[in-house]
Design a protein around this ligand. Structure first.
Ligand code: SF4
Ligand code: SF4
Length: 134
């Protein structure tokens, strides 16, 4: 009797799982054949961070608020007409450390640093994820 009961239970679980397979078989597909096909991301999707060096005034706010120490700025003073202004001599982003929190972009007074939708950031070395802008 126990053997027959076991067989009934096995058959029941097989039929149950097959019914789920059958149900999903007819539904609209949600996966795509990446990288040939790519899904369109919503406008607020963020995956990485980048800086427009021409807008940057090397104030250092982004560097201070970044919790992961992603940003390193070397500043210098350059002449613009009559006055001297602070500009970044080099701006380094270590994207391997970035957790895409968006704090840097939120605090930047000139909107120089911004979140981007670039999500293909894999590399064979950590150095491959370091971006230097100068
Ligand atoms: S998004 Fe966050 S972790 Fe990434 S650089 Fe900006 S402040 Fe740092
Ligand atoms: S907060 Fe903006 S302007 Fe200031 S150093 Fe960072 S990127 Fe440049």
């Amino acid at each position: 009797m126990r053997v027959i009961w076991g067989m009934i239970l096995t058959l029941w679980s097989v039929l149950k799982s097959l019914s789920i397979t059958f149900l999903y078989f007819w539904r609209r597909k949600v996966t795509v054949q990446y990288p040939e096909e790519r899904i369109e991301h919503p406008p607020r999707f963020r995956a990485s961070v980048d800086v427009d060096i021409n807008k940057c005034i090397a104030c250092g706010i982004c560097q201070r608020v970044c919790p992961s120490k992603v940003i390193e700025i070397e500043a210098w003073r350059v002449k613009e007409g009559e006055k001297e202004v602070r500009k970044p001599r080099s701006f380094t982003l270590n994207l391997g450390r970035c957790m895409v929190c968006g704090l840097c972009a939120e605090y930047c007074p000139t909107e120089a640093i911004r979140m981007t939708q670039e999500y293909e950031l894999s590399g064979y070395t950590r150095e491959a994820l370091v971006r230097r802008r100068s």
